[in-house]
Design a protein around this ligand. Sequence first.
Ligand code: SF4
Length: 261
Amino acid sequence: MTEGIIFKIKKYALHDGPGIRTTVFFKGCPLLCRWCHNPEGLDPRPQAMSHFTSSGEIHGTVGTVIGADALVREIEKDVLFYDESGGGVTFSGGEPLAQPQFLEAVLAACNHLEIHAALDTSGFAPAAVLDPILPRVQLVLFDLKIMDAKQHRRYTGVSNRIILDNLKRIADSRTPIRIRVPLIPGITDGDDNIKKILRFAGTLKTVQGVDLLPFHRIGGEKYRRLGMTDNTAESAPPMPEHVAAIKHRFESAGLTVSIGG
Ligand code: SF4
């Protein structure tokens, strides 16, 4: 039986692709973005995490090992909502491509059930991992963060070479793409980075739109509950007028833009 590890299943999600969706968060990510708001998705193993209840803070764990069949049964429960809303399932994380056999097994079952499947990815995976996955997804939500190679490595811990190659590869496979740009003040929202993202997006044939994801501090509290250092503490949300100006730039290039996914 194929098993994987996830840290959350979000029902009735409205911002992770079209319609009403179930979003499954895979645990484990090869990146370490300075602004990550899902720190419980970084480590590929179950880990200690405290929770707050009415009687105070209690100690628990985050991360559930689950079989592909059991996960598909959970996804299938809301098939009526997907059908009525044009929705489906979205695989997010963490990084779903870091558990390729598990992802492929779940996707194969979703394809069989004709459930629309979206992949939310950083794009950091070998082409040999990506290739068998692509024919099984109907949409890729691709996080495009920093175009400058050095800066990308500095703020995420990895090179963006594979990421950019994979984005091109996905477009060449004719899979529809929504580009997701996290707007982190002083890191991703500068003029030069936005200009380069626009230029790169313009070379891709299957980009359906852009989601701008302004930084927020919601994840900060989770670092403390995990006993981790909160690197997001130094950042603040971008000014609304700056977000609006970036939105305008993408729209002027003919792209459909949403704020917040
Ligand atoms: S790719 Fe996403 S999940 Fe991974 S570290 Fe970056 S923000 Fe967090």
